[in-house]
Design a protein around this ligand. Structure first.
Ligand code: BEZ
Length: 212
């Protein structure tokens, strides 16, 4: 199966999770989603990642985002591991983890990269919009823990583009100026961006962040 690309519909699936069986699209409802895989249960980097995602629950909620993890270990293993995550990361796991022991979802999303490891998933991230389209993907190797603050930052950018027709420049942080997308004419920009904009070049127009 060809790899999933930005703009593709996130494949739907039914899966066992630590919070019961879900149908992915139904579970997402009209919210944004983050589906992320981690290589295996009872491993150190994954333990820290899952603890951090739990701690960031309010930040995902604020952005109308539902989060779901996945590994190819079975449900009873996930359930036991959650006790360790809670204990060592000082949290209470508050989002579901898919038990993909038949590798259905990981195959559907191409999360197993045999030249990296034949048995475990790599660290994949799929950000899915309310239209169920894939908006962003990331692939990290097992040995590199992800920066979930970066994932939140990228979601802020995606949501600004979706709601206000702006893009975000290099190293953008919440509150910084944004870039008006090129499909908006100057005439439209005058109406759409009441705080004004600066035309540095005809293709580079900068405006204060619209929702601040
Ligand atoms: C980890 O989460 O620590 C890990 C998992 C698989 C391979 C290497 C590290």
């Amino acid at each position: 199966m060809a790899a999933l690309r930005l703009g593709d519909t996130a494949p739907n699936f039914t899966a066992k999770t630590t919070e019961g069986e879900i149908m992915f699209h139904e579970w997402l409802g009209d919210k944004w989603g983050v589906l992320f895989s981690h290589p295996a249960d009872f491993t150190p980097v994954c333990t820290t990642e899952l603890g951090m995602v739990s701690k960031l629950k309010d930040e995902f909620d604020k952005r109308n985002v539902k989060v779901i993890g996945l590994s190819v270990d079975p449900l009873d293993s996930h359930m036991k591991w959650i006790n360790d995550i809670n204990e060592t990361q000082n949290t209470i796991m508050n989002f579901p983890m898919i038990a993909d022991d038949n590798r259905y979802v990981s195959s559907l999303y191409d999360m197993i990269h045999p030249n990296a490891d034949n048995s475990f998933t790599v660290r994949s991230v799929f950000v899915v919009g309310p239209d169920k389209k894939i908006k962003l993907t990331l692939t990290y190797p097992a040995s590199t823990g992800r920066d979930f603050f970066e994932i939140l930052r990228a979601i802020d950018s995606l949501q600004l583009t979706s709601n206000y027709s702006v893009a975000t420049p290099v190293n953008w942080k919440d509150g910084d100026d944004c870039i008006i997308v090129n499909s908006i004419s100057n005439e439209e920009a005058v109406k759409k961006f009441p705080k004004g904009f600066k035309e540095v070049k005809p293709y580079l127009r900068v405006t204060p962040q619209p929702n601040k």
